[in-house]
Design a protein around this ligand. Structure first.
Ligand code: NDP
Length: 480
């Protein structure tokens, strides 16, 4: 079985402790590789390498930095089959999804920031009394980047690419649950000739490696994507140290369906926004609100369609819903289904684990689950489940649905289905969310600001916002 290695100072190295953790294939519930159980000593080595590389990298011309990023993007594209297979095995997601979404998007992230940095310009402000201000944007220093398991390489590269493009060097930690594609990315960086120390990847537990990065006194910036409670812990450590912080956290997104929508398009997309990646996308619409006029029709059609989704072997082309990422998460999702029942919810379909035959019999599979009859204020409708579980709730008026939609602590994404553009604009204006999709879902333009409000996060990723985050503005005023 393969031992994953850390990537420090341009080399693949063992953790100093020589200790390893089990890495599971969730589709089989079996250990298939080992991951470094790194600690603060490995983080220190990574920091030293990143710090040593910072001066030269930050002064490397943008077009040269761009060349490295574009080379990495090209190598990701070249290795798409290998990376997609690794992502599917490590995470349990359908191979088809990894091949069409995760890995192409990881390549796009490097491509986007490899070209974006060439267009990144600072402002100048002239003053009437013969003076001019110009603003330098200088890379902040060694950036700490920490990412989750649901879209492993996709989200890891979404942080690393802008950080490197901006001239920062990086100490990064992928999720301990899904380390494999970050490891393969380190091999790609070596092949691309990325100078030693520019990117360092330290594998291991959040409480050890993640915490050591966040607490490190000389890492001035933390870019984190993960759960809201982890974000809270990170903010508590980083804020008194005056670190720059970007927090992309949890969600409990509303999907609001009006009777005048394009019904077929809505139904097909709602199936995806509910169950794609086993519902483990921070942007999934887990609370579905349906105008009462079409509630019964929607309920019947949605349940019928959901029952056709094939759950099982992620490597099978026909599979639409793969394995849940880990045993712990599998149990958490099932416990929420039990909670929903106790809260008075009626399970319309799903609701149980599935045993898939043969070598997958120990894997973590859950039927796509639809629940109705719950109060919008109950725990099932307020807490993030992050699995193939949605609730459906009827509504009569716009005011009522907005009250329900805005009732959670979260505010990441939202989806609206209506042909009435005036209403769509009106709701988009009032809904508590950083992202509003009207008559679509997961349609991403990488130039747009990405992030949430309330407990869904602080700051925005994407476009020039990310380059702003990884750089510090310095205003220079000259009297002419
Ligand atoms: P976690 O918060 O558990 O973990 C995220 C990352 O933080 C992992 O690498 C984890 O390591 C690490 N970590 C854990 N504890 C600490 C700590 N004390 N200090 C520093 N780092 C730590 O989230 P999940 O991995 O479970 O991901 C799911 C969550 O991510 C969901 O809430 C989801 O909504 C959110 N998410 C948000 C997105 C957004 O853009 N807003 C996008 C995607 C997901 P380890 O794996 O070892 O625990």
């Amino acid at each position: 079985m393969e031992n994953i290695k850390n990537y420090i100072n341009g080399e693949l190295v063992e953790p100093l402790s020589k200790k390893y953790l089990d890495n599971y294939d969730p589709s089989k519930g079996k250990v298939y590789s080992y991951i470094p159980d790194s600690d603060e000593k490995d983080v220190e080595l990574a920091y030293e390498a990143a710090n040593k590389a910072f001066h030269k990298w930050s002064l490397t011309p943008k077009d040269k930095r761009s060349e490295y990023l574009l080379k990495i993007a090209a190598l990701i594209e070249k290795n798409i089959d290998k990376l997609a297979l690794a992502e599917s095995i490590d995470n349990g997601k359908p191979l088809k999804l990894a091949k069409t979404i995760d890995i192409p998007r990881a390549a796009s992230n490097f491509h986007f920031y490899g070209t974006g940095i060439l267009h990144y310009a600072a402002n100048a402000h002239s003053m009437e009394d013969n003076a001019i201000n110009y603003t330098l944007r200088q890379p902040v220093g060694v950036a700490g980047c920490i990412s989750p398991w649901n879209l492993p390489l996709y989200l890891f590269s979404w942080k690393i690419a802008p950080a490197l493009a901006a001239g920062c060097t990086v100490v990064a930690k992928p999720s301990e649950v899904t380390p494999m594609t970050a490891y393969l990315l380190s091999e790609i960086c070596i092949e691309a000739g990325l100078p030693p120390g520019v990117l360092n990847i330290v594998h291991g537990l959040g409480a050890k490696v993640g915490n050591a990065i966040v607490s490190h006194k000389n890492i001035p910036l933390i870019s984190f994507t993960g759960g809201t409670s982890t974000g809270k812990q990170i903010a508590a450590i980083a804020a008194p140290m005056f670190k720059k912080l970007s927090l992309e956290l949890g969600g409990k997104n509303p999907n609001i369906i009006f009777a005048d929508c394009d019904y077929d398009k809505m139904l097909a997309t709602t199936l995806l926004s509910s169950f794609a990646n086993q519902g483990q996308i921070c942007l999934c619409g887990s609370r579905i609100f349906v105008e009462r006029k079409i509630y019964d029709k929607f309920k019947n059609d949605f349940v019928t369609k959901t029952k056709t989704l094939i759950v099982g072997n992620p490597l099978d082309e026909k599979t639409k819903v793969g394995a849940i990422v880990s045993k712990i998460h599998f149990e958490k999702i099932l416990s929420y289904i039990e909670l929903a029942k106790r809260e008075g919810g009626k399970i319309l379909c799903g609701g149980k684990p599935i045993t898939v035959s043969g070598e997958f019999s120990e894997g973590y599979y859950i039927e796509p689950t639809i629940i109705e009859g719950l109060d919008y204020n109950c725990r099932t409708n307020q807490e993030e489940i992050f699995g193939p579980v949605v609730t459906i709730t009827p509504f009569d008026t716009e005011e009522e649905v907005l009250r329900m939609a805005n009732s959670t602590i979260y505010g990441l994404a939202s989806v609206l289905w209506t042909q009435d553009l005036t209403r769509a604009h009106r709701i988009a204006n009032t809904i508590h969310a950083g992202i509003v999709w009207i008559n679509c879902w997961l349609l991403r333009d990488l130039r747009t600001p990405f992030g949430g409000v309330k407990a869904s996060g602080v700051g925005r990723e994407g476009g020039f916002e990310a380059l702003d985050f990884f750089t510090e503005p310095k205003n220079v005023c000259i009297k002419l």
